[in-house]
Each structure stands twice: as C-alpha cells, then as structure tokens.
Write a protein that binds this ligand. Structure first.
Ligand SMILES: [Zn+2]
Length: 224
C-alpha cells in the first residue's frame, strides 16, 4: 500500500532537503514528483529551494500538467513537470521521477560524454544503460521529445546534454537512490581517469553480472 498523501508530502520535502544538502541542486534548481493512486501527480513547485519546502508548497496536477487542486501557499507547479508526465505515460511501473543537476553527472552532460558501461557492478545493476539525450531548451516540449522515444522498460536514468539528470523508480526513495548512485558513479569515473585508464569488465564477467541482475528481477535491455 502506498503511503497516504500527507506522508508522501513529508517525504517529498525530506528528499528535497537531502538533494539540497548533497549539492545536487543549487538555488531553485531541480524538481521531483510522485504518481498518486488516483492518477494525479504530486510535484514540487517552481521557484523554490528544494532544501526548504513545506508540505503546503507541493502541487497536485493532472496528467496534462493542469492544477488538480488549489495550492495552500499559492505555489505553481514546476515548469519541467512535462518531463515527469511523459515518463509516467510510457512507464506504468514508474511511480516517482527526480530531475536534478548533480555536479559529477552534469560534468558528463556538459562535455557531451555518455556514461561508459561495463566498469562498475553497482552502476550496472542499479542504473544499467543510461539514455543520453540531445540538448533542448529547459521547460520546452522539445526537451521531452529529445529522449522519450529511447526510454525502454529497463531505463532508470537519463542524462540531458548540457543540462542535468532524470532518475526514475518504483517509489520516491528508489528514484532518489538512483540519483545518488549516478552522481557517485560519475565521481568515481572522474577520479579513476585521473589515476589511470578504465578497466572494462570482460565478456564473461559482464555475462555473469547480467545473469545476476536477471535473477534479482532487475530489467536490462542486454538480457534476452
Ligand atoms: Zn534542470
């Protein structure tokens, strides 16, 4: 049973505070959302630090992004909500989406370098193959169009060129943990490259890893 809406609102604020504490979003950057049981979506408002939200700051929208109820603090929904709604439409299993600007991952976005695969077991298990989307103006419908056609049932993470990341999961903590794993993985990649060349797992090692992933019920497009 998903938690009642009031508990979800508290969790949205708690996760926002963690995102801010970890430096994933500066100023008023970033947004996150949770799909509610009734088909509506709870999302962060525009123009607010994710570190200092209260439950009454959160907005409820319908699947077209229209306000579904008045906000007690007069807040308006995030301008990026269309990213979230597009993902909920193509992935019925996804119940939470986090868009963020985690610095180590954004370094790859700014350099237009897709993430390597086959170098870190945790990244393979929990992120898998990430989607790298072409640049589009933040807040525009083009931004959604830049990646939505490449999202598969196994996609957990999207990197937006010259912008930031999108993580999705079965609940808000799952999506948030994928954001943490993403930025940690990117930090490790940057450090590893300063030490030497990346050591890529061989075919047998990758086959074993993907078999383990399958046994644990985690989807991957490289698994038949
Ligand atoms: Zn952004």
């Amino acid at each position: 049973m998903p938690p009642p809406v009031e508990q979800l609102k508290q969790l949205m604020c708690e996760v926002g505070h963690r995102i801010w504490l970890r430096g994933y979003c500066a100023g008023n950057e970033g947004n996150h959302s949770v799909r509610l049981d009734d088909g509506r979506v709870l999302c962060t408002p525009t123009n607010i630090s994710k570190g200092f939200m209260t439950p009454d700051d959160l907005c409820v929208v319908d699947m077209d992004g229209n306000p579904a109820e008045p906000n007690p603090n007069g807040r308006r929904r995030t301008s990026e909500v269309m990213i979230h709604l597009a993902l909920y439409k193509v992935r019925p299993d996804v119940r939470a989406v986090v868009h963020s600007h985690p610095p180590h991952a954004v370094a790859f976005c700014l350099a237009n370098v897709p993430l390597p695969v086959g170098v870190h077991p945790e990244a393979e298990l929990f992120l898998g193959q990430t989607v790298f989307a072409d640049y589009a103006t933040p807040g525009s419908l083009d931004l959604t169009d830049s990646f939505i056609g490449r999202v598969t049932d196994a996609t957990t993470t999207i990197l937006l060129a010259n912008h930031g990341s999108v993580s999705m999961g079965a609940d808000l903590l799952d999506a948030y943990h994928k954001l943490e794993i993403l930025d940690n993985y990117c930090k490790q990649l940057i450090l590893a490259r300063s030490v030497g060349q990346l050591n890529v797992l061989d075919e047998q090692q990758m086959r074993d890893l993907l078999e383990a992933k399958q046994r644990w019920g985690l989807k991957d497009d490289r698994t038949p």
